[in-house]
Design a protein around this ligand. Structure first.
Ligand code: SF4
Length: 323
């Protein structure tokens, strides 16, 4: 892996649960629980897992759009959690977010030109000529013509709106982008176009991505390393191809077994998970997956497994690999 641009260490994000007449804090939702990883220069690192596993909260906690409860986030060696509001606001020109739903993130009363100018006006003091140059550059990069700049969001298709969203995130020339389910609202036929655009722009602009998705096929296509999350924790993390070809954690094995295969006889290998994901406001003792794991042992319901480094470099959080 190349040098780390982003280092996340022991990240925890808890949300208070309020109860009673005086709205006292009666507990916490453990949305992100002791998450650590690094992302290299020009790397695409993916967080994957079922809805509600904490992957989006992790992305927003890194950008401090949600304030983390504990842990360190270093960007290019700088401790982001030590920055005050104004310094963090300036830092966001280097660290951007692409949203899942381009329609709700684009102001319907603004033309594409205004939508693209807005982040530049927030972060820089530029003349109108400089704004125009920058807007024309990013419009070219994401495949729009000049005469489309005067149109409104409703005059574009879903895929085009997502390209406007990407252009808005990249117009400040960031180094790091959190892409939170960037293609899941799009038709399958458009998804590949948007993914290819993200990969092209990564090369051209030397970007690093934190790519968040529940779609295992998309993650395999775009990422070089992947972390699988379950109930706020990373349970397996490693080289994407290694993890996909030889998953080690029982949860990763079950997730990957559910990907539709071309050969129908392969379907019998599918591992069906029993029960639901437990509540993050009342996580189970021990391994959070133990209620649903077919390989559960006595120790699993008592002790949280420690991360183990495997010979191929991946990390796995499971007592099956205890020494
Ligand atoms: Fe299953 Fe135990 Fe491993 Fe958890 S620690 S995944 S319960 S074998």
């Amino acid at each position: 892996m190349s040098n780390a641009l982003l280092e996340v260490q022991g990240l925890k994000t808890y949300f208070p649960i309020k109860g009673g007449v005086i709205r006292k804090t009666v507990g916490y939702v453990h949305a992100v629980e002791d998450v650590s990883f690094t992302i290299g220069e020009q790397e695409t690192f993916a967080l994957v897992g079922e809805s509600g596993c904490g992957k989006s909260t992790t992305g927003r906690s890194i950008l401090r759009l949600i304030e983390p409860t504990e842990g360190a986030v270093r960007f290019d060696g700088e401790d982001l959690r030590a920055l005050d509001g104004e310094a963090m606001r300036k830092k966001r020109r280097d660290m951007q977010l692409i949203f899942q739903d381009p329609y709700s993130s684009l102001n319907p009363r603004m033309t594409m030109r205004k939508l693209l100018e807005e982040p530049l006006r927030t972060h820089f003091s530029l003349s109108q000529k400089e704004l125009d140059e920058r807007v024309h550059w990013i419009a070219d990069a994401v495949g729009f013509s000049r005469d489309q700049l005067g149109r409104y969001p409703h005059q574009f298709s879903g895929g085009q709106r997502q390209r406007i969203s990407i252009a808005r995130a990249l117009i400040t020339n960031p180094r790091f982008v959190v892409a939170d389910e960037p293609v899941s609202a799009l038709d399958v036929s458009i998804q590949a176009q948007v993914l290819n655009l993200l990969m092209k722009l990564q090369q051209e602009m030397k970007l690093s991505y934190l790519f968040i998705s529940h779609d295992l096929n998309v993650v395999r296509h775009i990422s070089s390393r992947v972390a699988v999350m379950y109930l706020g924790r990373i349970v397996e993390m490693g080289d994407t191809e290694e993890v996909y070809c030889r998953p080690m954690h029982p949860y990763t094995q079950a997730l990957l077994s559910a990907i539709p295969r071309r050969d129908p006889s392969d379907q019998k290998r599918r591992i069906h998970l029993e029960g639901d994901v437990p509540s993050p406001s009342n996580p189970p003792r021990g391994c959070a997956f133990h209620d649903r794991c077919s390989r559960c042992m006595a120790v699993c319901s008592e002790t949280v497994p420690a991360p183990r480094r495997m010979p191929d470099g991946r990390l796995v959080l499971c007592h099956l690999y205890d020494e």
